[in-house]
Ligand binder design. Structure first.
Ligand SMILES: NC(=O)c1ccc[n+]([C@@H]2O[C@H](COP(=O)([O-])OP(=O)(O)OC[C@H]3O[C@@H](n4cnc5c(N)ncnc54)[C@H](OP(=O)(O)O)[C@@H]3O)[C@@H](O)[C@H]2O)c1
Length: 350
């Protein structure tokens, strides 16, 4: 199979670099173009700072960065977007209108009624909204969005519990790493020796997005799931990986052992189809009393899995547990790549 040519918008940033890393040797996609701001356009990729390990892939080192506008990406079919929200709000619809298949990590289109907000393991059926979007907007391309990085891992763990027991209430307190704020992100003097109990606009996203993703496809729209959510979001001095302490109230009461079993046994379409980037299992349940831990567990399933542990009774709600997920891998670039793999196999990308 000839590989599909892709472009990456925001290729110099924290998420953009993960895209480059995950796509450099991808069996179905080939990086044809890298985009950034007018500060970087015309500069070779190797002359911008690379912040990941291992080193920058050889195949992209000499690529010249392009300004992230549709006319500069005509050699690409698929666009992975990792631009700031204000840029995404301006250019992503232009890309889709021009016929590109665009996968975004940014916020502006996530809650649009005709844009699928997709975690491939959770709500692959929401891809059907693509046809509604194309018809309604007259686009030959489309926009498919990823959830916020914290919402991605939370929703992944909530999905099997919702299917088995029904969610009534969800309460979550997060400890989010600095790479979640992009590069260079939070100043060292602000975050070292500190926890910042505020991340701009994060709590509303975390309280809304899971309800869309766990909602039901009803023809041309999603009926949001009805459970109540409350979130506290904190920035902490870890590099990668968001840790979340979660309490849930369930419609059907369950023991910690029953919850662990449904989480452990959960499989979905990406695992059945054997998609190249799919983790199997997509949820890893740890039994040790002190896991998951950020440094030890964030690369579980190559950074694509959600790790759950400490499942126990909650005296206020029903159950409580801890979860961990990698924010720039599964919570961003890897989530988009897995969505694109599914949509290529399903014929949405032609
Ligand atoms: N970090 C995470 O964990 C995470 C997780 C999920 C979603 N997201 C979302 O993903 C997006 C990217 O986040 P990030 O953390 O990677 O940010 P970042 O590290 O700040 O990177 C931003 C990227 O956008 C480019 N850019 C900036 N201004 C631009 C402009 N006017 N036109 C075109 N390109 C421009 C930058 O290029 P230059 O180098 O030229 O400035 C850089 O490549 C954001 O929407 C964010 O909310 C981030």
């Amino acid at each position: 199979m000839e590989r599909v040519k892709v472009g990456i918008l925001g290729a110099t940033g924290a998420v953009g670099q993960r895209f480059v890393q995950m796509l450099a040797d991808h069996p179905w996609f080939e990086i044809a173009a890298l985009g950034a701001s007018d500060r970087s356009a015309g500069v070779k990729y190797k002359d911008r700072r690379w912040v990941l390990q291992p080193d920058m892939p050889l195949s992209v080192r000499d690529m010249e960065l392009r300004l992230g506008e549709p006319e500069n990406f005509t050699d690409c079919k698929v666009i992975f977007s990792a631009t700031p929200n204000d840029v995404a709000g301006r250019v992503e619809a232009q890309f889709a209108a021009a016929g590109y298949y665009l996968f975004t990590n940014a916020g502006p289109h996530r809650m649009d009624a005709d844009v699928p907000l997709m975690i491939t393991d959770v709500n692959p059926d929401h891809a059907a909204l693509i046809r509604v979007q194309q018809q309604r907007r007259g686009w030959s391309g489309f926009i498919v969005a990823n959830a916020n990085c914290t919402a991605t891992h939370l929703t992944s763990a909530l999905k099997p519990l919702d299917d088995a027991f029904g969610l009534e209430k969800v309460f979550v307190v997060t400890m989010q790493s600095v790479s979640g704020a992009g590069y260079p992100g939070v100043s060292t003097l602000d975050i070292l020796d500190n926890v910042i109990p505020y991340i701009g606009n994060e709590e509303p996203k975390l309280e809304e997005e899971p309800r869309k993703m766990l909602g039901t496809l009803a023809g041309d729209h999603i009926e949001y799931a009805s459970f109540v959510m409350s979130a506290h979001c904190n920035r902490v001095a870890t590099l990668d990986g968001h840790l979340e302490c979660v309490s849930v109230a369930l419609r059907i009461k369950a023991t910690p052992e029953q919850a662990a079993e449904v989480l452990r046994n959960y499989r979905s379409l990406p695992q059945e189809m054997g998609l190249p980037t799919a983790p199997d299992p997509c949820i890893i349940v740890r039994d040790e009393p002190d896991r998951p831990q950020v440094r030890l567990d964030r690369m579980a399933g190559h950074g694509m899995a959600t790790v759950v542990g400490r499942i126990r009774p909650d005296p206020i709600l029903d159950l409580k547990f801890v979860l961990l997920g990698h924010n720039t891998v599964r919570g961003a670039a890897g989530g988009s790549v897995l969505n694109a793999e599914l949509l290529l196999k399903q014929g949405y990308i032609r």
